[in-house]
Design a protein around this ligand. Structure first.
Ligand code: RRO
Length: 304
């Protein structure tokens, strides 16, 4: 019988399987990211790193809702200088690392990306789509700004650059094309969807930031539609992200056009075993349906 291969190549990155954690989930320390890899992820993605340490928003920063979570963390992170130490530990273990990063200005985006790149990350994920911080989120809805920041970063790093897109736009293909024109090697689709949770007891919003970003199964059909549309609009590969919980979700994303996948909220609901569960289900699906490689599924639903 033909051997089934879960390994993929995306934007020059060779991974043992297509499933990573989503940025922001367990992504701040080398120890936690090492656990993610040991539990079966194909690569690990860091929490978004900025130039300087940032506290983020005050609590409450997470609300549990039907079908998922609404978060407004507010980009808390220890800053790039501190994170380089964590990165060194991860790289010593030979773990493929995708560093998510942001800046408050174009120069900051470039500086953070350059430092992460020089420190040996395997790929970069440019976060221009945080729904919870003015500026970083707005950037992601302006095609001209997305092209400019992508171009500027790409001009000074020699690592694959993924741009993470926001679903909070009227036409995601316009932003996807802008990132592609700016030289992005791939796109991550998508970040969280702007949402709100209210307490009827307190008669006010639950989150200190009032609004937050919705993730989890409730986001999946929207995110899947985004991947579908982007696949028809650009040539560069897509990392699908949004509510992936089971191997069936993973197969749907691949059929819609994703070449790799990120799992966020399901790490909280299923635990770290979610990576093995998805990879095992994916392997069985390939075998039972006469496929040999993950790449054979990518975009297949568009052919009908
Ligand atoms: O930290 C956050 O509030 C946050 C970020 Br950076 C992001 O990209 N997406 C999100 O849902 N929350």
């Amino acid at each position: 019988m033909a051997e089934i291969r879960l390994a993929i190549e995306i934007a020059g990155l060779n991974l043992r399987n297509p499933v990573m954690n989503a940025a922001g989930i367990l992504g701040l320390t080398a120890d936690l990211l090492r656990r993610v890899y040991e539990e079966g992820a194909g690569a690990v993605v860091t929490k978004s790193i900025g130039l300087k340490p940032r506290m983020g928003h005050p609590n409450p920063t997470v609300a549990i809702v039907e079908g998922g979570l609404i978060n407004a963390m507010g980009l808390p992170n220890p800053g790039v200088e501190y994170f380089l130490g964590e990165l060194e530990k991860l790289k010593a273990g030979g773990i493929p690392v995708v560093a998510s990063f942001f800046g408050e200005t174009l120069d900051e985006f470039v500086e953070v990306a350059s430092r992460l790149s020089e420190a040996g990350v395997d790929a970069l994920e440019l976060n221009c789509s945080c729904p919870n911080v003015e500026g970083v989120g707005i950037l992601g809805s302006d095609p001209g700004a997305v092209k400019r920041v992508t171009e500027a970063v790409k001009g000074c790093v020699d690592k694959p650059l993924f741009v993470k897109l926001s679903p909070n736009v009227s036409d995601i293909t316009e932003i996807a094309r802008a990132a592609e024109r700016g030289g992005a090697d791939g796109l991550t689709a998508v970040n969280t969807l702007r949402a709100i949770a209210l307490s009827i007891e307190a008669r006010r919003p639950i989150l200190s930031n009032v609004t937050g970003g919705l993730s989890g199964p409730a986001l999946k059909p929207v995110a899947l539609r985004c991947v579908w549309e982007i696949y028809e609009a650009v040539e560069i590969p897509i990392i699908g992200c949004g509510g992936i919980t089971t191997w069936r979700d993973a197969v749907e994303y691949l059929l819609a056009g994703a070449s790799a996948l990120q799992v966020g909220t399901a790490i909280m609901t299923r635990g770290l075993r979610v990576f093995r569960e998805i990879n095992m289900g994916l392997r069985n699906y390939l075998e039972e349906n006469g496929f040999r490689e993950v790449s054979e599924l990518v975009g297949l639903a568009h052919e009908s």
